[in-house]
Design a protein around this ligand. Structure first.
Ligand code: ATP
Ligand code: MG
Length: 579
């Protein structure tokens, strides 16, 4: 490819809406062009990268025994009603109507479709197990599309679905996919951590995410991990052992009584006023889960983890209540308390979920729905009724201890590039997707599903591999593996060497660009760094010694080599890539 012909325009500036490195660099280097929020054109350079990621994924999925198919992007409502998700999926599901007024949606994922496809085909235990996958555009009307390709509305995903006759078969396939995923990300040049996670809207019981660990803002997930054992989990799922704390207030409160606590709206104000540690305060918070108020109780020095709370309540949508909603609830229950004085008593008919930390507390302080008052010296029987649900709804914090080996936990940020779920019969049961066993009895398939964000993986590679000048593509997914830069295209000798190296690399199967533009060397070097070609071979001054310069972008090392040596270096690196 000649640079003068390459359909790319590098920009002087980063896109104005770009917050994270991959969005900035892919925009500025001309890889992506925004059409609407979260919707991008993959320009030729980007498309080459995406196809490489896709091919690695394809090769490893095929190797793992899965078979590729392609399902429609537009899906009918009826299947989503069968699974029960039409009502619950929420606004991320982009709904539309066809000319006959039939409800359709743009596929955000394909569990319904694959289950409908397989139930017509997989009828006997003899046909199982099967794993089917596709590489397809998805559409999710994300509430906050941002970070370029990391969280788009339209994006490319590989999604696979496995069908087994029993749990043991699913376990085996789950491990098989975990191994394939490890290989895929390694081949893409990405170090990933496999972490336990919540199963989210897709459902199912067990799931793991593959995280690219990054200390930048692009990591939207907090990952807790232990250095002593291999425990690691997304914060929405992590658990921990707590260090010892004062949870019995007997030194402070000789008896149970209602105390005036004026202006103590926050936990800090209350613990200061009472001169007690916050571990002696029971905090009551009001959330709205699936449009209904829910009260969460937790030891006040700890934080509620919303996904855990939502799961404990059996909901699919959660947010903290507004001041207005709290006021309304108080009125409904006959109270007048302001926020800060809320408590579980007298809240009949409202779901109350108490964190495990609550159950260790004695002689503590709790709100009683009266402004400027608290109950002190309270005990569990004073606040918890039979209807209260006990659950772990606590957000883990660094400094707490590993649930498995007791050593300290650490926290870091991660970008989720893939995940694997054990679905069980979540879709096969409601959709009546069954096979017949040896005795002629029917059973729903035991399913798993396995996703990889193709476009997110490419962007995550930029997050992981760049410097202030631009991208440092891993060789396996670089749009082109090398660029040849003649410093001055009017210099005959430089041009001759450049053309020769270019021809030799091309015939050796290397993907190479010749920068034949009549531009200053500085401009060409800048573009080469920005675009992130793994190798840059420069034909310039050093030709007087018979040498070219070979810059290795990953390390920015510059070698002086004969043209033949430079060709060999690049050719061998490309040959070494795993197939
Ligand atoms: P997230 O928690 O980041 O929203 P998810 O749990 O919704 O992800 P899945 O539904 O499991 O993701 O999709 C499988 C994979 O698709 C994810 O691991 C991720 O790599 C990718 N993915 C999901 N949402 C997006 C998006 N909006 N833009 C780009 N890639 C995405
Ligand atoms: Mg999502």
């Amino acid at each position: 490819m000649k640079m003068s012909k390459l359909f790319v325009q590098t920009l002087r500036e980063f896109p104005s809406d770009a917050e994270v490195v991959s969005h900035k660099m892919l925009g500025r280097a001309g890889f992506i062009k925004k059409l609407a929020p979260g919707v991008y054109t993959y320009m030729p350079l980007m498309w080459r990268v995406l196809k490489k990621v896709e091919n690695i994924v394809r090769e490893e999925m095929d190797r793992a025994g899965a078979q590729e198919l392609l399902m429609p992007f537009v899906q009918p409502k009826e299947l989503w009603e069968e699974s029960g998700r039409w009502e619950v999926y929420g606004k991320e599901l982009m709904r539309l109507k066809d000319r006959h007024d039939r409800d359709m949606c743009l596929g955000p994922t394909h569990e319904e479709i694959i289950t409908a496809v397989t139930r017509d085909v997989l009828k006997s235990y003899k046909q199982l197990p099967v794993n089917l996958y596709q590489i397809q555009s998805k559409f999710r009307d994300e509430i906050r599309p941002r970070y370029g390709l990391l969280r788009g509305r339209e994006f490319i995903m590989k999604d696979a679905y496995s069908f087994d006759i029993d749990e043991a078969g699913l376990d085996k396939e789950y491990q098989n996919m975990a191994q394939a995923y490890k290989k895929i990300f390694e081949r893409c040049g990405l170090a990933t951590k496999m972490v336990q996670s919540d199963s989210g809207a897709i459902g199912g019981s067990v799931s793991h995410e593959f995280m690219v660990i990054t200390d930048t803002d692009a990591g939207e997930n907090d990952v807790f991990y232990c250095n002593e054992c291999d425990y690691s989990a997304n914060s929405n799922h992590a658990i921990s052992k707590l260090p010892p704390a004062t949870v019995d207030g007997k030194e402070y409160f000789k008896e149970k009584k209602i105390l005036d606590t004026p202006n103590t709206h926050s936990i800090e104000e209350l613990s200061e006023f009472l001169k007690i540690p916050s571990t002696l305060i029971l905090k009551s918070l009001i959330y709205i889960i699936d449009k209904k108020p829910v009260i969460a109780l937790i030891r006040a020095d700890k934080t509620v983890e919303e996904t855990k709370l939502m799961n404990a309540a059996g909901g699919i949508d959660i947010r903290i209540a507004t001041a207005g909603e709290i006021e309304e609830l108080m009125q409904e229950k006959g109270f007048t308390a302001e926020a800060g004085f809320i408590g579980p008593n007298g809240m009949k008919g409202i779901k109350i979920i108490a964190d495990e930390t609550v159950y260790d507390m004695k002689n503590f302080v709790v709100g009683i729905n009266q402004t400027d008052k608290h109950l002190v010296g309270a005990n569990l029987e004073d606040v918890l009724t039979d209807e209260v649900i006990k659950a772990d709804i606590r957000l883990v914090e660094a400094g707490e201890f590993c649930p498995e080996c007791g050593k300290p936990l650490f926290v870091t940020k991660g970008i989720e590039v893939g995940n694997i779920f054990k679905l069980g019969t979540k879709y096969s049961k409601p959709m009546n997707a069954v096979y017949t066993d040896e005795n002629g009895q029917t059973h729903p398939y035991i399913m798993g599903c396995y996703g990889i964000g193709i476009s997110r993986t490419a962007a995550a590679a930029v997050e992981a591999h760049h410097d202030e000048h631009g991208i440092k593509w891993p060789l396996a997914i670089a749009p082109y593996q090398a660029v040849i830069v003649p410093v001055n295209i009017l210099d005959k000798q430089q041009m001759e060497v450049a053309e020769k190296v270019y021809a030799e690399l091309k015939s050796a199967g290397v993907e190479v660009v010749l920068d034949d533009r009549d531009e200053r060397a500085g401009v060409k070097f800048k573009d080469a760094d920005l675009i992130g070609f793994p190798y840059r071979i420069t034909a310039g001054k050093t030709l007087s010694e018979g040498l070219v310069e070979c810059k290795i972008r990953a390390t920015d090392e510059v070698l002086k080599l004969t043209p033949a040596e430079a060709v060999k270096l690049v050719k061998e690196a490309v040959e070494k890539l795993e197939k």
